[in-house]
Design a protein around this ligand. Sequence first.
Ligand SMILES: Nc1ncnc2c1ncn2[C@@H]1O[C@H](COP(=O)(O)OP(=O)(O)O)[C@@H](O)[C@H]1O
Ligand SMILES: [Mg+2]
Length: 320
Amino acid sequence: MPAEAEAVLSLQNVSKDFVVRHRVLHAVDRVSFDVPKGKTVGLVGESGSGKSTVGRLGLSLLPTTAGNVYFKGQDLTKMTPKTIRPLRRAMQIIFQDPLASLSQRMTVGAAVFDALSLHNIGTPKERWKRVDALMERVGLSASMTQAYPFELSGGQLQRVGIARALSVGPELVVCDEPVSALDVSIQIQIIQLLRELQAEMNLSYIFISHNLAVVEYLSDEVVVLYLGQVVEQAPADQLFTRPSHPYTRVLIDSILRVPKADEPQQKLEALRGEMPSPFSPPSGCTFHGRCPIAQDICSTEVPQLRLLEAGHSVKCHFAE
Ligand SMILES: Nc1ncnc2c1ncn2[C@@H]1O[C@H](COP(=O)(O)OP(=O)(O)O)[C@@H](O)[C@H]1O
Ligand SMILES: [Mg+2]
């Protein structure tokens, strides 16, 4: 059972392997964390580190290879699609690219209406009332309900994506890079909106971003992933004031640069080299080849995720 009774979601030693052309890729390797009610867990790491996969495993949109996923105490990995179905409306997702998830032939109001219909919420009249109220709440004028996706800007589309996810009254929302494709000024507005809505609706978030600055603003707890493994995990204030893992430190250093919307995720100037192939991860600590403080032991011995102080774990031989 979940360690914390009030956790809306609890991932325990969750792993996911993909088989790609007869080769096994450990996309997610024994990841554990809790998402308490009304709180945000930030998931950070470079592109390919396993963030989206963790998010999808948490919502049971993807089957796990190993481990347990408890949603309000129920182990989703032991349930069938049919028994999970009634829980679906409580678990929603917001994507980086809302345009891809919206039908081009449907007005954006109809898209939100559709989500309500799918879950059998209200009468058609009540649904439209709810659509109008939600559109207004996310900062879109009532007339935009009649607009088609191609008529809206990226920021407006993301507001529709948020309205659609929240329309069905979820408890847990996975926000997967929801602002990464937006201009910086719009990013701030959307993050502010997500924060207000969280307070109003007592939502629990998993907030995924490759940009730690964005994560810092929203998160209560932060999980840092590298090649599918947790390398550091801590309450947000501890992680930002006392980052311990060399990888986390590099990520935090990169905050000081102003991020651009079109910047490739991999381009972290402070970080040496490329991320190794997930098909053949390095021996010992998988970060050793890029690590500024690596010693001999790092290429031969796998460090354990160990507790530094209450709630703060790190997977490094030398971090303190
Ligand atoms: N459906 C899939 N089939 C095969 N490999 C996948 C699939 N989804 C993700 N991966 C691989 O798993 C790893 C983690 O991917 P992902 O979770 O998307 O990372 P992130 O969201 O951090 O960029 C990557 O190496 C990616 O190529
Ligand atoms: Mg992703």
